[in-house]
Ligand binder design. Structure first.
Ligand code: SF4
Ligand code: SF4
Length: 384
């Protein structure tokens, strides 16, 4: 493929060599490229030194409480839905040291941890995760008190989105209005085609830097046929979502079902392990942990992920505010689908399905919402 001028709106087509060049160009510009790769029987996000590390030829089978890799014959790199990690692993890390203190000769020296974060380029951001990043942007940087850790990692990040053409059995971005086509917020966006026409990527820019980088890739203008095939592939993905949310006002549903017996039912299954919050791309809660060594001369303060399933999370003088599993699961779901709107103006769920896959007892957020919806529907139908 030769490099040719490209129309920004219609985009360009690159091949595997173009994808390899994209990783090289990003690295040459000083970015640490993070993208999907196969490790430990899963597609994880990790630093990529070259595009050869992408999961070419790997897909996934996703079900409640189940994740399996499966090989593909088409060699596609991005025909696999959400893995166990999301981009919050890098933007809002699970553990951050905030400061350390040393005591020597009776003097105490406190040193803030102000390590300069890497400049990240995220390759393969799905539409649901693009929305999740926008949600965390609002939560962690839009208010009067911004999170310096998140801001420092997010502000220089370059996002390469990939539209979904192969949804998983637990995906429901269509129900949440978050995919599978990529919304705004990306610097570049790819749609992968691996069919009789060959293995290629329709690529468009979404920012001036994206346009600059696109101009450096071996690309040809996108024909109407390629654009049509890519749009059709994404539309087909929208029709093949593995899960759906009930078609109702979820915020209202959460507010009207606080006394539903379903909360006892789900509490009898929930282990309150918090896995669902760890994998969720929008959950953001943290706690503070102070540690000292045995001499007492060295201390550190760490910020670590926490979650509403942890009994200590709502501990106030006198005890925890949510002592039962019922109250903790209900807090999580009603916040995600209901009170998140009051706080941040959007849903806290983007329909990625990770909490369904990684729940050890296969609790399914769409099934729980549907059960609550059924309960309200039948309650309204009962004669008074
Ligand atoms: S819903 Fe599942 S993943 Fe979440 S806390 Fe309960 S058992 Fe753990
Ligand atoms: S609640 Fe579940 S489906 Fe929704 S964004 Fe979080 S992990 Fe994804």
């Amino acid at each position: 493929m030769s490099t040719s001028p490209v129309s920004s709106a219609e985009g360009a087509v690159i091949g595997k060599d173009g994808l390899a060049a994209l990783v090289d160009v990003l690295r040459a510009r000083g970015y640490m490229v993070i993208g999907p790769t196969v490790r430990d029987g899963a597609i994880v996000l990790d630093e990529l030194e070259s595009a050869a590390q992408l999961p070419y030829g790997w897909g996934v089978e996703l079900e409640a409480g189940r994740y399996r890799l499966r090989s593909r014959t088409d060699g596609a790199a991005f025909a696999n839905a959400a893995g166990p990690q999301s981009w919050k692993t890098f933007l809002h890390p699970a553990r951050v040291r905030q400061w350390r203190a040393e005591r020597a000769a009776g003097e105490l020296a406190i040193e803030a941890d102000d390590t300069t974060p890497a400049r990240y380029a995220f390759l393969g951001v799905r539409s649901c995760d693009l929305r999740a990043i926008a949600v965390q942007d609002r939560v962690l940087t839009a208010g009067p008190h911004t999170d310096p850790v998140y801001r420092g990692r997010r502000s220089g990040a370059f996002l390469v989105a990939v539209e979904c053409t192969e949804p998983g059995g637990t995906c429901f971005c269509v129900s949440m209005g978050t995919g599978p086509a990529a919304g705004p917020g990306y610097d570049l966006v790819l749609t992968e085609l691996a069919d009789a026409g060959g293995h290629r990527f329709w690529i468009r820019d979404g920012s001036p830097e994206g346009a600059e980088i696109l101009a450096q890739l071996p690309a040809v203008p996108a024909s109407a046929a390629v654009r049509g095939a890519a749009v059709a592939a994404v539309a087909s993905a929208a029709d093949r979502m593995g899960r759906t949310m009930p078609e109702t006002d979820l915020q209202r549903l959460m507010a009207e079902t606080l006394d539903a017996p379903r909360w006892d039912d789900v509490a009898s299954r929930c282990l309150t392990c918090g896995n669902c919050t760890m994998v969720c791309p929008t959950c953001f809660c943290t706690t503070t942990e102070d540690i000292t060594d045995l001499t007492g001369d060295h201390a550190e303060r760490w910020r670590i992920w926490d979650n509403c399933f942890d009994l200590d999370f709502s501990y106030l003088p006198g005890g925890p505010v949510r002592p039962s599993s019922r109250s903790r699961y209900r807090q999580w779901l009603t916040h995600k689908l209901g009170t998140w709107y009051d706080q941040f103006g959007s849903s806290g769920c983007v329909g990625c399905g990770r909490c369904i896959v990684w729940c050890p007892v296969a609790i399914d957020i769409t099934e729980e919402a549907a059960a609550l919806h059924d309960w309200t529907t039948h309650r309204e139908e009962e004669p008074s």
